[in-house]
Design a protein around this ligand. Sequence first.
Ligand code: GLN
Length: 546
Amino acid sequence: MAKQRKYIFVTGGVLSSIGKGIAAASIGMLMEQRGIRVTMIKMDPYLNVDPGTMSPFQHGEVFVLDDGAETDLDLGHYSRFVQSCHFTRKNSFTTGRIYDTVIRRERAGGYLGKTVQVIPHITDEIKRHIRDGAADSDLAIVEVGGTVGDIESLPFLEAIRQMKAEEGAANVLFVHLTLVPYIGAAGELKTKPTQHSVKELREIGIQPDILLCRSDRKLPKDVKDKIGLFCNLPGEQVCSAVDVGNIYEVPLFFHEEGLDEKIAEKLGIWSGRPDLSLWENMVEKIRHPKGEVRIGIVGKYTDWRDSYKSLSEALIHGGVANDVKVNMIYVDSEDLEKGKSSLLDSLDGILVPGGFGERGVEGKSRAIEFARTHNVPYFGICLGMQLAVIEYSRNVCGLKHANSAEFKPEGSENVIDIMEAQKGLTDKGGTMRLGAYLCNITAKYDGEATRAYSAYGREVVSERHRHRFEVANSFRSRLEEMGMLVSGVHHDTASGTDLVEMVELPGHPWFLGCQFHPEFLSKPLQPHPLFAAFIRASKHVKKDFS
Ligand code: GLN
């Protein structure tokens, strides 16, 4: 008989932003390290078909997968914590996608005249999506987005309640994350919000098996027992989830609390103890770096941290690879436009990340010019590469009107142009150049290894994309004649042309732009080669302020 698949459903209570994604990812990491074939799924209770069209300022970053799926940023956490999963669009779905599927089926006559309802049709579709996403695993960890008590999450909760009956009680575990605040005035940890959140869950038929209680300190045994008593579970099934210095410590803390052992026991999974030595080494390096570098991230002031989640994690990983702490300095590009160029003075490296829209672009270009002319390491990602090409065209190649068709559709010197495949598209959802494409790297230039090749040590790599514009091939020879090296291209077999994927400046200590988003592939145990190389260059930089 085939091995029975197990499911862990992770819900959250009391309030959002208490770390449900990291908690789910940590469970995934621990169970994987116990030798179990895990997968992770995120269900989001909003009506957008995917987060691709949502503002990153509202919803955080859009995380792109190899297959081009635009997903929730929690998929980024899963990818960084769990090593062997190959996530696809099946690992992330929204209420919008479920309704879209059901309504299309209804229009096609698929319900044979029945009245189509939330229960059973929407809930059946949710269960189908969960089982589909879990197909190649022995244990699926499924995170329910939102907070228990939201109207939007109800169909998901009803679906997972049904799954316990259908899959068998021994094969399904409900883990609920809540907040246990410490009230200074009373000198007490307060359990009432947790009690209420669990009461809400139990009203819809879900009894949590394990509670993870986020708090600023470890819960003493009497508090765990009290929570257990009110929430109808043994005190041993209540775990602390304390605030830690960095997110990669969370699984180690959970392990100390015995979480993976409890899960294995409750689900009847026979497995050894996890081998956490590599992970512990990595955490140790973050805790005790041997030096530090200051990296300026130049963006619009509205680009708050969550919209660059993978980027800031990839920089941390680059630091791990070089034994340094990466201090990220957010530089507002509009401040640079106002002439505050001293903001750049103390930086060891400058990074312009991906982005959309014209605001702040001039300030970003000034930062790039500064990095280029002062020998400060520069890393340009997607828009950051496009702007590096524009800056070089204007200031070195003499193309005074160089621009991007994104900002000047009718411009005469658009060195960055709309991609052929994007012309005339009006639908905004899922229509960019998305997902993994191969990039061919030039190994040598002028007898020396290119920066790209030195970083990767390979001539063909696969990287993830999310863009509509590209370097115009008609300007490529001009750029190259004037000293900008195209060190990576994608051979597009359909059109027979090469698409510029990487540029660099051979005489500069480290100046590299890439059209793709390397941050999506970086993991703490496998820092991305370009981030490792950029931080290495920033660590050794000898800036030229002459
Ligand atoms: N806005 C640019 C484009 O669409 C860059 C996109 C990005 O940085 N992700 O090509």
